[in-house]
Design a binder for this molecule. Structure first.
Ligand SMILES: [Zn+2]
Length: 811
């Protein structure tokens, strides 16, 4: 699963720490699933599903005459065992069945259950602090909302598949499957495996029969139903299909088209050919997470559907596409035996994005991505959490920046320590040994040990079964009599053992050293011929570490010009940007305009101070050049943004041309820049942009509407406040929208208040599982208070709108 809403993590971590936690073992295997056959049809009026299930099982080891199946909020009509009516007891979301005899290991039996699944009534037993997921989702089932297509989709992870079929809902179970889905003929369907047949029932319905012969875990089952365009692609002989809304048919391949190349890349990298019979991806509405790796039937949230103008700038979903695909090896083929060991699924899926970027776009792009992931982990305040965690309050809490972002960085360290050949051969060994089965973190360790011949207990103990990360201060003692330098490492907090790369730059020569750091304090002495211009600690930038290393501005300038890693350049520029009054520093920032990696060019542009005295003219010429000719539209957009700050009327034609660009980033920054020199021309230009495109330029346009204090635009602004405040990591955007939120909260604009209320209700209900409804309630109450204080003439009417929204969240 890919969670995109990072703020949800942060919201979660703030609310759960005080909760009591209990030991979470792998679920005991008494009976094992063998095969699951389902026949289903849907009641759109009631948002229910009628089902018949044939579940074949066998005892795991010990003979047994009892079976417990998970089945959440069902109405059970009939239970049979081997075609005979069977006695059962259904309570607390479990069906307890007395088998007709004692079965032995290997002896199979089939249970038949006729039932109605009622996802709207799902309640989790026990804990009430986390809302239960309902597994089966009906979107606008009675076709009331003109803005929404009618869809049905499922979300199994973690244990919600048992909301729509009886099963042993645990990741350590695996079953083959077949599903007969009866749907209105106007809809298409998607499920796991192959579509074997599709029969018209001549009553307005059709029955699609999906079958998968390879076994997988119940949480990976999927059904999707709706009016989708199916855009077809191929990988070798296998079908690769993209299910999108009709409007996105033409861009489906721009969004998903790298999938076949990824399948080849991951097959080669792991040495295990993509092991499933097809690969489909579907984009659904109101999805409850980012995306999900249902075997051969991946689901994506609607953010995946981007316009051409966004895709020209960057396909923001490409990493997620890689993540879900790589799960088809790590997660679907070899599955975590318990949520405590989630790292064997999620850390690999997260690392696949690094691997893909490195292969496809080069190391800088991959390293920049890793750096963001590491920052996400640092900011999440998760230092007290082990990667493998046997104590947690709720299984949903395992889907956090430790399992994803930190685990990703840990794999990167391990790869660097073992070397590429040993690392990838170990992955191959692990996948083959455990294919179609389950594993835990120790299985990974054993695979790496087996292949490399190295003991790795020390590594796993500190990184998988331990908490925190490396924190160290670095200092240097130079001895100019002996021509030596001593590097002192002082660890703070948890003490780690790790290999450390140190590069010493003397000008003519650079020497790379590798040392081992163990214990709180370590010192390493190196000879030099000429006094070093730079000593680069962790020069490969592979450690999950916070390093406090005091360097001079000269060091940083030298580092920018000579050290190769993305972070060498970025960290140097961060310091250089703070010292632009220094001539050489400013000059270096200009040099960064030519950096091969676009994010470095953008950093230099966004941080350049054009009001200082050096080389101003030369710098501006270069920015003009970037604004027109850089090969990345995102760089052109950033350059246009800088020129806008100069408030020079000569650039008016450039910005006016920019507003007509295909790239949304260029249009957005041209709007903002033009507004600085000609407000009316900008407003006129904005009026000519089509409404649909405007939605995607909301941050530029909203900021203008806010500055104009244009009350007529409040409803438009209200539609974007939520995403601006909560679904972006950009601080400036968050700030603009927080201001807009306050403005709307105090306004008497009924439409704006209604838009904002609806957005909060929708988001709150959609992410109820993550307690987002609580956040929505707090925010709406805040607006109620603002209204009471602002005392608008229509405040009673507005408060009714707000309270109606609140009641939907509270029920
Ligand atoms: Zn995932």
């Amino acid at each position: 699963m890919k969670n995109v809403v990072l703020l949800i993590f942060l919201f979660l971590s703030a609310t759960i720490n005080a909760q009591e936690k209990q030991y979470r073992a792998e679920r005991e295997k008494i009976n094992n699933l063998v095969h699951t056959k389902l026949k289903v049809d849907f009641n759109f009026e009631k948002s229910q599903m009628n089902g018949e299930a044939w579940v074949t099982l066998t005892p795991h080891f010990y003979p047994t005459n009892k079976l417990v199946l998970d089945a959440k909020s069902f109405k059970i009509h009939e239970v049979k065992i081997e075609n005979k009516i069977a006695p059962y007891n259904y309570s607390d979301n479990e069906i307890n069945i007395d088998l007709d005899k004692t079965y032995k290991k290997g002896e199979e039996y089939t249970i038949y259950i006729k039932y109605t699944a009622k996802p709207e009534e799902v309640k989790q037993k026990g804990s009430v602090s986390i809302k239960e997921a309902k597994g089966l989702y009906f979107i606008d089932p009675t076709e009331e909302d003109p803005k929404k297509p009618t869809q049905i989709w499922t979300q199994g992870e973690t244990e919600a598949s048992s909301c729509w079929f009886p099963t042993i809902d645990s990741p350590n179970q695996k079953t083959t499957q077949e599903i007969y889905m009866k749907v209105p003929t106007k809809f298409v369907t998607l499920s796991n495996g192959l579509l074997i047949s599709s029969n018209d029932n001549n009553d307005g319905t059709r029955t699609d029969y999906w079958k998968m012969d390879q076994k997988h875990a119940p949480y990976l089952f999927f059904m999707g139903v709706g009016d989708f365009s199916i855009v077809k692609d191929k990988w070798n002989d296998l079908d690769v299909n993209y299910y999108v809304e009709k409007e996105y048919e033409n861009v489906a391949k721009d969004i998903f088209g790298t999938t076949p190349e990824m399948m080849t890349f991951f097959s080669t990298l792991t040495g295990v050919q993509y092991p499933w019979p097809k690969y489909s991806q579907m984009v659904v509405r109101d999805y409850v997470s980012g995306a999900m790796e249902n075997t051969t039937a991946v689901v994506h949230g609607e953010t995946a559907q981007q316009h051409k103008g966004q895709l020209i700038d960057q396909n923001e979903w490409e990493g997620t596409i890689a993540h879900e695909l790589f799960h088809h090896w790590f997660g679907d083929l070899v599955t975590t035996e318990s949520w405590s060991n989630l790292t064997v699924n999620e850390s690999f899926a997260t690392y696949s994005v690094y691997l893909w970027f490195e292969y496809k776009y080069g190391k800088d792009r991959a390293d920049a991505h890793m750096y963001e992931d590491v920052q996400t982990y640092f900011e999440s305040q998760s230092e007290d959490k082990n990667l493998v965690r046997f104590y947690y309050q709720d299984k949903e809490h395992m889907f956090d920046p430790v399992s994803y972002h930190k685990g990703n960085a840990i794999l990167h360290m391990l790869r660097n320590y073992l070397g590429d050949e040993a690392f990838f051969e170990s992955l191959n060994y692990y996948l083959i040994k455990h294919k179609y089965g389950t594993a835990e973190a120790h299985d990974l360790r054993l695979a790496f040990e087996k292949v490399s011949g190295k003991d790795l207990n020390w590594f796993f103990n500190q990184w998988y079964f331990g908490k925190g990360h490396i924190k160290m201060d670095v200092s240097y003692d130079y001895n100019t009599l002996n021509n030596t330098v001593t590097v002192n490492i002082n660890q703070k907090g948890d003490i780690f053992k790790f290999p450390l790369s140190i590069d010493i730059y003397e000008g003519e020569r650079t020497l790379s050293h590798e040392v081992w750091v163990e214990g709180k304090e370590s010192s390493f002495t190196f000879p030099f011929v000429k006094l070093p211009k730079l000593i680069n600690i962790d020069s490969k930038h592979v450690l999950l570490a916070e390093i406090n290393d005091k360097k001079t501005l000269d060091n940083y300038i030298y580092q920018f010009n000579n050290a190769p890693h993305y972070l060498d350049r970025l960290n140097a520029l961060e310091e250089i940007a703070e010292n632009q009054t220094n001539k050489e520093a400013f000059n270096t920032l200009i040099k960064a305009f030519k950096d091969p990696y676009y994010e470095i060019r953008i950093f230099a542009l966004e941080n350049m101070d054009l009001f200082q005295k050096y080389y101003k003219k030369e710098a501006i010429q270069k920015i003009e050049n970037l604004a027109q000719f850089d090969k990345k539209t995102l760089v052109r957009a950033a350059a246009l943004g800088v020129l806008g700050k100069l408030v020079e009327p000569i650039y008016k034609p450039l910005f006016e041309r920019g507003i007509k660009s295909e790239s949304y980033a260029i249009v957005g920054s041209s709007i903002t820049s033009l507004y600085q020199i000609d407000k009316q021309a900008t407003l006129n230009a904005v009026n000519t942009i089509n409404e649909d495109v405007k939605e995607h330029l909301a941050s530029s346009i909203t900021s203008i509407y806010i500055q104009e204090r244009d009350k007529t635009k409040l409803p438009f602004i209200a539609n974007h406040v939520l995403e601006g405040m909560f679904l972006t990591n950009d601080k400036r955007t968050q700030q603009i929208y927080a201001e807009a939120f306050k403005w709307i909260s105090e306004s008497g604009n009924k439409e704006a208040i209604r838009n904002l209320t609806n957005d909060f209700v929708e988001l709150g209900l959609q992410y109820k599982k993550y307690n987002f409804d609580q956040m929505a309630i707090n925010m709406l109450n805040q607006i109620v208070r603002s209204q009471q204080e602002a005392n608008n003439p229509n405040k009673d009417e507005l408060i009714i709108i707000l309270k109606t929204g609140l009641s939907k969240l509270i029920e």
